[in-house]
Design a protein around this ligand. Structure first.
Ligand code: DHK
Length: 148
């Protein structure tokens, strides 16, 4: 049975491609999903790829991932910087989580430097645009095959 990974995207990421392309690039979320699907195939993973603008909906998806997915890749958008509830959801389901951001949040406004997700994630990948999702899949594959 192949391992399954949930790739979860938060608010405003549905607008990728047209949203501030100088910050987030011109790749759409559909492009990212397509590239994640082919990368996952090479790694022998199944993936579920989702996006929601709602904090509660994201929390529900994380809860539902327990027992169904072996790991989580999360770009929580702006909730990264504000959501103790998302952080608690990840702790509650105990899923190995890789945090992703397209932009380098540490080079941006100070309010973006703080991440609640980092406190419960295996690690954070940021600043490499859409390629960060590919890196996250590799990181999760490495972790799941050789847990620390
Ligand atoms: C995406 C967002 O929507 C922002 O709110 C974050 C993140 C950064 C990204 O770079 O993918 O601050």
């Amino acid at each position: 049975m192949p391992l399954s990974v949930l790739i979860l995207n938060g608010p405003n990421l549905n607008l990728l491609g047209t949203r501030q392309p100088e910050v987030y690039g011109t790749t759409t979320l559909a492009d990212i999903e397509r590239d994640c699907r082919s990368k996952a195939e090479t790694l022998g993973f199944e993936i579920e790829f989702r996006q929601s603008n709602g904090e509660g909906a994201l929390i529900d998806l994380i809860h539902a991932a327990r027992g169904r997915h072996a790991g989580l890749i999360l770009n929580a958008g702006a909730y990264t910087h504000t959501s103790i509830a998302l952080m608690d959801a990840i702790s509650s389901v105990e899923l190995p989580t890789v945090e992703v951001h397209l932009s380098n949040i540490h080079r941006r406004e100070p309010f973006r430097h703080q991440s609640y997700i980092s406190k419960v994630a295996l690690g954070q990948i940021c600043g490499f645009g859409a390629f960060g999702y590919q890196m996250a899949l590799d990181a999760l594959a490495h972790h799941l095959r050789r847990p620390a």
